[in-house]
Design a protein around this ligand. Structure first.
Ligand code: FAD
Length: 364
């Protein structure tokens, strides 16, 4: 039974690895270098804090994945030799505006209530925060801390997954854009841009923004849109930041990564000075000494957003054997996608209940 996975970003590769571990044959078809690829431009957080406000199932799913991350990273390292530089010492969100801090605390309290009290977080004022992170600036009124948050090197993750898939016997075709996909008596046939055709019994559509075109061919609505995020990174600095935040983290090589903006600009992934200046201003408000740091690089990438920001996990009702998977936190969810999602794709008894994430929620 061969499963063709369309899209070899972090989502497609996580699923491919998980299916291979379940004994499935897998062929990954990944498009061109010029494609929009969130997996190569993201912030690298394995993040829980605040996720799932209004949908506790998403909070639980993200936390379940974060809880699986340590063993997942170790397993990939043992198999491929890549150390993913996973750090899960908890994360801070810093606030310079009182109303925003109040909103965050209200959100985390609501999540704690929805989780029957099983949701740990702390609120720190500037004085308490400064004891832990002396470099914190006077403009920071306070922070929230969640012990389940962490970060990873997302490019090492991608390399490790690619290597792991091949070591497990999977095949990855790069530079292989799928332009059409249809059902056949025996499963599915995909047509590639170079005119070749491939057949397989099952299809997983995990093509990021490429699913906008391919989804309807398999009966999916694929109601996703791009959302631009800009980021920047400084020169390597002596280690001072031992916890990531939603906007600042010290990467394993030493640079401070600063991000990420949010803008609805369509398929536009070019950074601009005004946005980058805003990111820099926030970073300096939080850590004033960063004003002297050299900026090394800035870039923009496109998130893959569903209308409500939650993942979409959908089996096709019109094309049995086809599955659509997309999310806007593919790094955080990589462990769940590799360890738990394959059972759901194969309809095994152990499948997690993901019904809240199907496309039916967008029916008018
Ligand atoms: C600025 C920014 C910051 C982010 N920060 C975080 C974070 O801190 N933590 C977190 O968890 N997530 C974060 N994300 C989100 C995360 O990066 C994405 O959820 C994840 O990368 C999505 O992976 P994907 O495989 O679905 O998509 P992609 O990485 O876009 O991969 C899709 C793949 O499909 C291929 N493809 C497309 N069309 C076709 C076709 N027709 N045929 C064959 N192949 C095709 C493409 O070539 C591509 O390789 C961030 C994203 C952005 C943009």
């Amino acid at each position: 039974m061969t499963t063709m996975i369309i899209g070899g970003g972090v989502v497609g590769l996580s699923v491919a690895y998980g299916l291979l571990k379940q004994g499935q044959d897998v062929v990954v078809l990944d498009g061109a270098d010029g494609d929009f690829r969130a997996s190569r431009g993201n912030f690298g957080l394995v993040w829980v804090q605040g996720k799932g406000a209004g949908c506790v199932e998403y909070s639980l799913w993200s936390r379940r994945s974060a809880g699986l991350w340590a063993s997942f990273a170790q397993e990939l390292q043992d198999l491929t030799g890549f150390d993913l530089k996973l750090v899960q010492t908890g994360g801070f969100e810093y606030f310079t505006i009182a109303a925003e801090l109040e909103n965050q605390v209200a959100k985390l309290l609501a999540l704690r209530n929805a989780s029957n009290g099983d949701y740990t977080f702390e609120v720190l004022d500037n004085v308490a925060l400064k004891k832990q992170i002396p470099e914190i600036g006077p403009k920071v009124l306070g922070a929230t801390y969640c012990p389940e948050d962490g970060h990873v090197n997302p490019l090492f993750l991608l390399k490790a997954l690619s290597s792991a898939v091949q070591k497990k016997g999977g095949v990855i075709h790069t530079g292989t854009k799928v332009i059409d996909v249809t059902s056949t008596d025996a499963g599915f046939m995909v047509v590639l841009e170079n005119g070749k055709q491939l057949n397989g019994e099952k299809v997983v559509l995990s093509a990021g923004l490429g699913a906008i075109d391919l989804g309807p061919k398999l009966g999916f609505r694929a109601p996703i849109r791009p959302q631009q995020g800009q980021l920047m990174v400084t020169e390597k600095l002596p280690t001072f930041l031992y916890h990531p935040s939603g906007t600042l983290r010290q990467v394993n090589e030493g640079g401070i990564q600063i991000g990420a903006s949010k803008a609805e600009l369509g398929l536009h992934d070019v950074e601009d000075v005004l946005t980058i200046a805003g990111l820099a201003r926030h970073a300096i408000d939080v850590f004033p000494h960063l004003a002297k740091a050299k900026m090394v690089r800035s870039w923009a990438a496109l998130r893959i957003m569903s209308p409500d920001g939650l993942p979409i996990y959908q089996h096709s009702t019109t094309h049995p054997g086809a599955t659509f998977i997309t999310c806007h936190s593919g790094i955080t969810l990589a462990a769940a996608h590799a360890e738990l999602l394959p059972d759901w794709i194969m309809n095994n008894n152990a499948a997690p209940d993901l019904s809240v994430f199907n496309e039916g929620r967008f029916d008018v």
